[in-house]
Design a protein around this ligand. Structure first.
Ligand SMILES: Cc1ncc(COP(=O)(O)O)c(C=O)c1O
Length: 441
């Protein structure tokens, strides 16, 4: 396949979450990737400081995962996802359950994060209904939350730009907790900010307003990734858990980014010491090498769905590609690598170094905040007056030209370095960013 693209080809592809005309004027076309590096159509090598889209932390083209995918596609390419399955699906479930905190022991599969979120919301509704609480239908998300792009996800999500074009069709009966970011109180916090735990108590206000008997679930990202690494304040998740338990509301952690090592633990639930009722996952479960996601749930939720008449579907929900054999093979191989290479511990060991390096940018021109936890971080810049996002674009664009990729997210450069990053690579990445910040002051 030629890597030369004609203008017509360039024009034919409508790329999501991308200013298309800008991209097409100066495209970033990647033709191969290995380990921590991307190789561009122009023959340049770029350090992937964002692990793809938070998903390829164990390195691009990992040979063990690639081999498992190849073998699987030759053995069993596809099997119906309904009233039929294959052995790998059960092995993968066993593996995921072993990594998740007890009592989250059962998995429902989707094909990515957005449908994992929609599945979790529907499972929450179904659970309450089966328990005789059909009135529990309200959902509570959080401002600045990202839960994918399904109508469920954008409804509980709190990113204005993702909602406003579609706002008339967001779900009714959704409230949002306040987000947890306050630059006055927490600028340049390392790891968890000490201020802000009390913000979880807003849930009590919503319970007082609607009555708990109408509320199905609260969904939050333990660490909000897409709005720029908003780390939960100390005690915040614990307080949410306490309120949910008190009022019989299900707590869902959306760990599509956090799960499988990014937080220096199997899941954020373990990192922050709070066990939710459901965890959504995707991305790193296959190291980004196949699309797969799902919901891990407690035995209590699972058993409630099982306790129905014999010839009734346990849930009227599922996807053609739920537990797709090739994606499952990738997941099994990726999680084998995750355990045998001690990925979570590796991140835990190196996160302090990452933290100190990224915080060394404090004091550089226009840097107004730096946030980090595990192997996730964000450097936030003061916006150019009347031109939000442009400074962030200029800096991350110059960085890409210099051979380092960080995600441009408004006036932020967001880090999700590969788990195998060496001290030298992390240092070089931060120094390259420093140069670009100065050059665009
Ligand atoms: C927390 C969270 N939930 C859901 C999603 C959506 O996942 P997907 O893009 O696989 O649909 C994402 C994607 O980044 C995410 O970060």
């Amino acid at each position: 396949m030629s890597t030369e693209l004609t203008p017509a080809q360039m024009d034919s592809y409508f790329i999501g979450f991308t200013p298309n005309p800008l991209f097409k004027r100066k495209p970033r076309i990647i033709t191969s990737a290995k380990g921590s590096y991307l190789h561009t159509a122009e023959g340049k090598k770029v350090f992937d400081g964002f692990s793809g889209l938070w998903c390829s932390g164990m390195g691009h083209g990992h040979p063990k995962i690639a081999e498992a995918i190849q073998k699987q596609v030759e053995t069993l390419d596809y099997v119906s996802a309904f009233y039929m399955s294959h052995p790998g699906a059960f092995s993968l479930t066993e593996k995921i359950a072993s990594l998740a905190p007890d009592p989250l022991n059962h998995v429902f599969y989707s094909t990515g994060g957005s449908d994992a979120v929609d599945s979790a919301l529907k499972l929450a509704l179904g659970y309450h209904r089966l328990k005789g609480n059909a009135g529990r239908t309200r959902m509570i998300g959080r401002e600045r939350g990202y839960h994918g792009v399904g109508f469920g996800g954008i409804s509980v999500g709190g990113m204005v730009a993702n909602r406003k074009m579609f706002s008339t069709l967001t779900l009714p009966g959704v409230d949002h907790l306040p987000h947890t970011f306050d630059i006055q109180q927490m600028a340049f916090s390392k790891d968890q900010p000490t201020w802000g735990g009390h913000l979880a108590d807003d849930l009590e206000r919503l319970v007082a307003l609607h009555d708990a008997s109408n509320i199905a679930a609260v969904i939050v990202e333990p660490m909000a990734g897409s709005t720029g690494v908003l780390v939960p304040p100390v005690g915040y998740l614990q307080r949410l858990r306490e309120s949910c338990t008190k009022h019989g509301i299900l707590l869902i952690f959306d760990e599509v980014i956090c799960g499988f090592g990014r937080m220096g633990a199997n899941f954020a639930a373990q990192r922050f010491g709070v066990v939710p009722d459901m965890i959504t996952f995707a991305k790193t479960v296959t190291n980004g090498m196949q699309p797969l996601g799902g919901v891990i749930m407690t035995s209590e939720i699972y058993k409630t769905f099982m306790d129905q008449p014999e010839f009734t579907n346990s849930v009227f929900h599922g996807y053609t590609y739920s537990a797709h054999p090739v994606a499952v093979a990738a997941g099994l191989a990726a999680l084998e690598v995750f355990s045998s290479e001690g990925v979570a511990d590796k991140v835990k060991e190196k996160e302090h170094l990452f933290q100190e390096l990224i915080h060394s940018l404090k004091g550089e021109p226009n840097v107004i905040d730096i946030r980090n936890v595990g192997f996730a971080g964000s450097v936030e810049f003061a916006p150019i007056a009347g031109q939000p996002g442009i400074r962030g674009h200029r800096i991350t664009d110059a960085l890409y030209e210099a051979g380092y990729y960080l995600r441009w997210s408004g006036d932020q450069a967001v880090f999700a370095p590969p788990f195998d990053s060496t001290a030298e690579e992390l240092e070089a990445l931060v120094e390259a960013l420093r140069k670009c910040i100065r050059a665009n002051a």
